[in-house]
Design a protein around this ligand. Sequence first.
Ligand code: AMP
Length: 428
Amino acid sequence: MTFKSLHIIEPILKSLHEEGYTTPTPIQAQAIPVILEGGDLLGSAQTGTGKTAAFAIPIIQLLSAKKAHEKTKKIRCLIITPTRELAVQIGDSFKAYGRHSSLNGTVIYGGVNQGSQTNSLRRGVDILVATPGRLLDLMNQGYISLKDVEIFVLDEADRMLDMGFLVDVKKILHDIPKKRQSLFFSATLPAEIVKLANTILHEPTKVEVKPVETTAEAITQYICFVDKGNKAALLVHMLQDENIRHALVFTRTKHGADVVVKILAKHNISAEAIHGNKTQNARQRALNSFKAQKTRVLVATDIAARGIDVDELEYVFNYEVPNVAETYIHRIGRTGRAGTKGTAFSFCDASEKSYLREIEKLVGRKIPAIEEHPFPLVDNNAKKDTGGRRPPHRQNARPSSKPRNAAPNMNGDNKWKKNKRSKKRREA
Ligand code: AMP
């Protein structure tokens, strides 16, 4: 199946191609046709299944088809989600897939100054992504009217309830027109969630994707605790072992992938990177060369690695511990396929220990640590990449021009299509 066969319009197909998406994920394949038909949807799917694109793509298409020509823009689509991180992520997705559309959008959430958020609301948006508290706050202050909402999305409903947002959600619903299309997503569907869904949805189509399978027994897994600054040295050290003839290394960012390739090359270890900044041809060449065992190490970001199927791949390295536990399972699942044995090593610095705990919860066991290696963890207070000091490989990168507390307005004038730098900033 392709996105084209789902009747996605050209400007969105172009964005998806630029994102490196080739095939719809199962939730996308099921949800997109329902949403394009104008139906309500009850989606049971976790993060990591591609659920954001499953609703963002058809919403952009529906809103683009009848883009209002009036000067005063009205909020035609509202997405509410429980956390600031999710809101930003959803905003980024809309920005990416809507890059070649003329829609506008913004993201609002609490904990930051409201000034830049209200400025972008004043300029007008078609699509608003919001956390419930700040949304109600700005509604009460008169900055937001929901009376023109045509499509309403409630994301991560179970988390929303866990976080005590039920009353807020009901208040928000009160202000949205009854005649609308509603999409409801939840990782789990306990009785109280189904009850809430029934008050929101009208004859919904239910779409369910199973959570990612837990780790195959065939894969031996190890953790190497190591300081961030020593990860490259540890990788080089481990690759001195000639038994590792062929390895796939995952990095969180495109830039990180390039840095690892350069370091390996300095140590005469043949490596190539595949990620979203490379052309489709360059990616294919690198993959073919890896499959043909001409390149020993392939360094990939998660998105680029989707769909990579390499026979008899024995080793996977997680250069960083993934911050979404399901991603870990996807990554290590590249090895140990079709009855073969595989080994996965994950390099964990102090800041990543909480991610490791989530992974261990998901796989239901403690992953053994390799105690004996030359670069044991020393710095137990390392900061996460996202805060404070930039990680070493980014220290020369151009700093963001955006003040830290600025609203993540999809860009200055709310126009997605003009936002060229944002794509560069997003690391696949
Ligand atoms: P989500 O479940 O929405 O959090 O998405 C998980 C990840 O999958 C995100 O990093 C998306 O960019 C990526 N993704 C979503 N759809 C696709 C697709 N069709 N092909 C490749 N990657 C995708």
